[in-house]
Design a protein around this ligand. Structure first.
Ligand SMILES: [Zn+2]
Length: 892
């Protein structure tokens, strides 16, 4: 595909050779395509010597079968290259063929068929910005190391062919100080001691993509347990690695059993048992993700797997969902891998979808699809309805931009589309298609077309148009319900869809299949499956039926669309939504009402009043938590200052009462308490926080460190004069690594320009500062009530995006933008962002999209505030605050 490739001949690189197309920084799509045709059967024999120091020394033998006569290009951007040997012959001039991104092995040194290139190298070890992450445990001064290579840092760790479709068998040898343990993808084989320390040897793995290679080292505590991990198989040893100081707190048996249960269930569903030789998990301290699915060595975020205070149901379900997600990746991602990161959705979408499918089957009472809805849809719509959204399949020119492909579109929209697809073709055909896909691409790579092809064949349905609309087209539909009635009967029910962003998505309807519910207060509901093929769909089955209490066009959450109910339905829901017994349906209805607020069609004060009325009786813990959050946002962010000041005392009373209500579940009480702390701003509320801190209990709930820190942070944010002594006192109580981190966060909340200035500077200058610490301090720094103070950082924060993209991990940029812009709610800030955008014509498109995604909520906030600025706080019930969508003439 590239004519220049056949005459490629390497010459020594004198630093400025980055103009040659294949050896530009990163891994270009061209280089990946070239190597895809050139290389096969890759193997790495990888030795690393690690310690608590700043560098690791390594040696790799990369063995591969080469086709053609061209040079071979390895990727490496570590610290240094040392001794090199090609096919047994020393190659002393190798460093001159390294441009700090790629090492070009000249064709003259290579032969047809199998070649072996052996290289010595050094790679950095650091708290942030290195392939090997180092954390130090404050409790016992131990050092722990682990790798995190996704998506493009395998070539920072060692010289390799860093692209997902050059899978390799990897054999690790890790040399550590004597008292350390080590863990890697392969099974541990032998250990030997030398003057340098102990060398841990691991067996060769099945073929792995480079981003999935992993090891960890340190004085980990290990808990082993025999588990059946293949359906009908025999028990095999599995292990959980935890740092020593927290080993007692980890529910090791529970966690290993949960992983094994998922492995068995998925093996049965996919018709392929777990495909790697062993399964271990590690709880990684200060881990920047929720989890990472390395085959055989899954890493989880310690912070969300070991609880420092009693967990809520929402937290427990979240931990289970993360576990199931990472285990599902062992098939979707690890066993069959996307060919290139443009198809990132394929693994992420499946992992989340399968996690819910499994939760629904294994825990029938968990109402898993309700959890799926609450965890995914608001987040997906929150990005996909913006002008910065992208298609699910995302063009990717270079691996070093792959981080930009991560976000709600692949994590939350993609699994939602799989739910829609399963509903469209039926669960049995869906499963048969997926099984076929996995069989066809075992240990290999595939694209979205291959997946839809397999499901299409299994279901006898041509999915190419579906794929074009949902995979390649950016954006999403908004559906409005139009209900016409006469003489107590429905004369016509129409569903009208339009793109949320017409300029971006273009015209035309998305193909959708939904379930429409006609809900009656006094008779059974009617559910009607409807396929939407055009802009307007008449729900034929509704005509002639009695007028319902309300209509909802996405019962069961199969459809992917923002559904805005008609005026009559909104009027009924406003009075009676809490009477809807089905928790899942009620959660969706609240979601639809909230969407009306965000669309500027329902006054925030009206939503707040509905929530104030409903919350005391809301028995669903997850929904109560979501509702408490939205109540806070409607009052504190969307409503006018007058409305806020009027409603706050009422909100505080409700939250206090909810927190102290012993008839309600712990999680419901805790979400009320957390919201009270988060909203505390009046004198009485702040005094209450101090009373709780002194008494060590709050509203009858015992206070543990995380909640105490939240209160301290809130007091600091509100300008407590004794903030230094407050933080110091709390640090004395909580002398752990987490305590240090939370003290750092609390300090960031101070409404003090010197503190802000020093911290902003430190985020960029202090290489020893762990990235996770920076991430967790962003929200406190950008406390919305301090927006006058933080607005001056807005454009600087945007100017740093290219640096962040280069130097921070996948999710950091999104957190950075959402905290920075989320800390603002006024038009002045919006104007600053817009001026910045229009002055940056040369801004990389992926960064522009990320800014537009984050800008959307600020823009909505400004719009909602301006629109309802004059809304009285004491409005009575009725529909005057609901400005649309209007019922058509003839509506009841
Ligand atoms: Zn994932």
């Amino acid at each position: 595909m590239l004519a220049t490739l056949s005459c490629l001949t390497a010459s020594p690189i004198d630093a400025q050779d980055a103009s040659r197309p294949l050896v530009t920084p990163g891994v270009s799509a061209e280089l990946a395509a070239f190597r895809r045709g050139q290389l096969r059967d890759v193997r790495y024999d990888l030795s690393l010597t690690v310690s608590a120091g700043d560098t690791a020394a390594g040696r790799v033998s990369a063995s591969f079968i080469r086709r053609g006569t061209g040079d071979v290009i390895l990727d490496f951007r570590g610290l240094a290259l040392g001794e090199a040997v090609v096919n047994g012959t020393p190659w002393p001039e190798a460093p001159r063929y390294w441009n700090r991104h790629h090492l070009t092995v000249p064709a003259a040194r290579l032969r047809p068929g199998r070649n072996v290139v052996t290289l010595a190298f050094a790679t950095p070890v650091a708290s942030a910005g290195a392939a090997i992450i180092r954390t130090r445990d404050a409790a016992d001064s131990s050092t722990y190391l682990y790798t995190l290579l996704v998506p493009s840092d395998a070539n920072l760790l060692f010289p390799c062919f860093d692209q997902p479709d050059l899978k390799a068998r990897v054999t690790f040898h890790v040399t550590t100080p004597p008292a350390w343990r080590a863990l890697a993808n392969g099974a541990a084989t032998t250990r030997d001691s030398s003057a340098r320390g102990v060398t841990h040897h691991f067996a060769a793995t099945p073929p792995l993509s480079t981003y999935l290679i992993a090891f960890a080292a340190g004085p980990w505590s290990v808990h082993t347990r025999r588990e059946v991990i293949a359906p009908g198989g025999r028990p095999v040893p599995t292990a959980l690695y935890v740092r020593r100081s927290r080993a007692k707190e980890a529910e090791a048996d529970t966690l290993l059993a949960m992983n094994a249960r998922a492995l068995r269930w998925l093996g049965a569903y996919f018709g392929v048992p777990y495909a790697f030789p062993k399964y271990d998990a590690l709880l990684a301290p200060a881990f920047p993700f929720g989890g990472m699915e390395h085959p055989g060595a899954v890493f989880y975020n310690e912070e969300s797997f070991i609880y420092r205070e009693r967990p809520t149901t929402t937290q427990l379900l979240g931990r289970q969902a993360t576990t199931f997600h990472e285990v599902a990746h062992q098939w979707f991602g690890d066993y069959v891998t996307m060919r290139w990161f443009d198809d990132l959705w394929l693994k992420e979408g499946f992992a989340t979808f399968m996690a819910a499918r499994m939760q629904a089957d294994l825990e029938p009472t968990s109402n898993a699809w309700k959890t799926f809805y609450l965890r995914n849809k608001p987040v997906a719509y929150g990005t996909d309805a913006t002008s910065g959204t992208t298609p699910v399949w995302q063009v990717l020119g270079n691996l070093d931009q792959a981080k930009s492909n991560y976000g709600p579109i692949v994590y939350n929209k993609a699994p939602s589309l799989l739910r829609q697809l399963e509903y469209l073709v039926g669960p049995a055909a869906f499963q048969r298609g997926v099984q076929q896909f996995l069989r066809e691409h075992a240990y290999g790579n595939a694209t979205w077309q291959a997946l839809l092809g397999a499901i299409g064949r299994a279901s006898g349905r041509d999915l190419s148009a579906w794929g074009r609309q949902w995979m390649l087209r950016p954006g999403m539909p908004i559906i409005t319900q139009q209900l016409e009635t006469a003489n107590g009967r429905i004369t016509r029910l129409r569903l009208v869809q339009r793109p949320a962003q017409p300029a971006l998505s273009g015209a035309g309807a998305w193909p959708l299949k939904v379930q429409v519910r006609l809900h009656y207060a006094d008779r059974p509901a009617v559910s009607l499956p409807v396929e939407l093929r055009g802009d307007t769909t008449v729900v034929v089955g509704a005509t002639g039926r009695p007028v319902p209490a309300f209509v909802f066009a996405n019962e069961g959450d199969y459809g992917y669309a923002i559904v805005l109910p008609d005026g009559a339905s909104v009027s009924w829901l406003e009075q009676h939504v809490s009477e809807v017994r089905d928790d899942f349906l009620r959660a969706m209805l609240w979601g639809a009402l909230w969407d009306l607020v965000r669309e500027g069609e329902l006054a925030p004060v009206r939503f707040a009043r509905m929530a104030l009325r409903a919350l005391p009786g809301e028995r669903d813990e997850q929904l109560a938590g979501a509702l408490v959050g939205r109540l806070g946002t409607s009052v504190n962010r969307y409503a006018s200052p007058t409305v806020r000041d009027t409603l706050l005392p009422e909100v505080e009373r409700l939250l206090l009462a909810g927190a102290g209500d012993t008839t309600r579940s712990y999680g419901t009480r805790k979400s009320h308490l957390d919201a009270f702390v988060g909203l505390a701003q009046r004198e009485g509320a702040l005094r209450q926080l101090r009373t709780w801190l002194t008494g060590d209990s709050a509203a009858g709930l015992p206070l543990r460190a995380p909640s105490r820190w939240a209160m301290v942070t809130r007091l600091v944010a509100r300008g407590a004069a004794d903030r230094d002594s407050l933080i110091a006192a709390e640090r004395r109580r909580d002398d752990t690594t987490e305590g240090q981190r939370l003290a750092f966060v609390a300090a960031a909340a101070a409404p003090d320009s010197t503190v802000k200035h020093q911290l902003f500077d430190r985020w960029f200058r202090d290489a020893a500062l762990n990235e996770e610490w920076v991430t967790s301090s962003l929200r406190a720094f950008h406390e919305p009530e301090q927006q006058a103070l933080t607005r001056r950082y807005l454009t600087t924060a945007l100017d740093t995006l290219p640096w962040i993209q280069q130097n921070r991990r996948i999710f950091f940029l999104g957190s950075w933008l959402s905290a920075t812009l989320g800390g603002q709610s006024e038009r002045t800030a919006l104007d600053l962002v817009d001026r910045w955008l229009s002055a940056r014509g040369a801004l990389a498109p992926d960064l522009r999209q990320k800014v537009l995604q984050a800008r959307d909520d600020l823009e909505r906030t400004v719009r909602v505030r301006e629109r309802f600025a004059a809304e009285p706080a004491r409005s009575t019930s009725g529909s005057e605050g609901h400005t649309g969508p209007a019922d058509p003439p003839g509506g009841r």
